[in-house]
Design a protein around this ligand. Structure first.
Ligand code: CA
Ligand code: CA
Length: 208
């Protein structure tokens, strides 16, 4: 009887020991799982912060590259990469027309492009325009239509105190109706009737 009782006690002890072992294993497994989970979270947080740091560095670099690119663009096309038909000279932009028209229409077409007919107020500008207009006639922004013989630049530049480059014997107001000036094939200026059709040069300031 006593032996049987002892056997039961031993069995209870064994069961309890087994239960405790199982519990310990469960706790260990759960602990390891929790630890793994925590490690994953830490790894994720570290990776995320690294990615954020790299991305913000890239963002810092990108505007610089953009600026360099637009800087190069500006050097190549000072009048704007979208306005390659405009040519740059000495702080201004010039458009040399590809079609012939009257002085009035040329004036209007320059205005449509937010510019005005060229004002040739220096020998340097004369040289620049003359080089591009060789062998063709181009309207310039000079007229005496308001008062015969009183030449006026289209932008209000004072004619009397400014550079001129008239052809010899010009302006001659031939036929009493020559009120608009153009550059001759030689580059020198001539007055001609304003409805005459020739090319034209527009001028505008550099875009902002
Ligand atoms: Ca005239
Ligand atoms: Ca003339």
């Amino acid at each position: 009887m006593e032996e049987e009782h002892l056997h039961d006690d031993l069995q209870v002890f064994k069961d309890r020991n087994f239960f405790q072992q199982k519990l310990r294993s469960f706790i260990t497994v759960y602990f390891l799982l929790a630890l793994s989970f925590l490690l994953i979270i830490i790894l994720f947080a570290v990776s995320f912060s690294r990615v954020s740091a790299i991305s913000s560095k890239l963002n810092e670099v990108h505007p610089e590259q953009k600026q360099n690119f637009s800087g190069r663009d500006f050097l190549l096309f000072p009048c704007g990469p979208g306005s390659r038909e405009w040519e740059y000279f000495d702080g201004k932009c010039y458009y040399f027309s590809l079609t012939r028209t009257s002085w009035y229409k040329a004036k209007a077409q320059c205005e449509e492009m937010h510019s005005h007919l060229v004002v040739v107020n220096s020998y340097a500008k004369q040289n620049f325009v003359m080089f591009r207009t060789r062998n063709e006639r181009f309207w310039i922004g000079l007229t005496d239509e308001n008062s015969e013989g009183e030449w006026e630049w289209i932008d209000g530049t004072d004619y009397k105190t400014t550079f001129t480059f008239w052809k010899e014997g010009e302006p001659n107001n031939s036929g009493h109706n020559e009120d608009c000036a153009h550059m001759w094939t030689s580059g020198q200026w001539n007055d001609v009737y304003c409805t005459y059709e020739c090319y034209y040069v527009c001028e505008k300031p550099l875009p902002n």
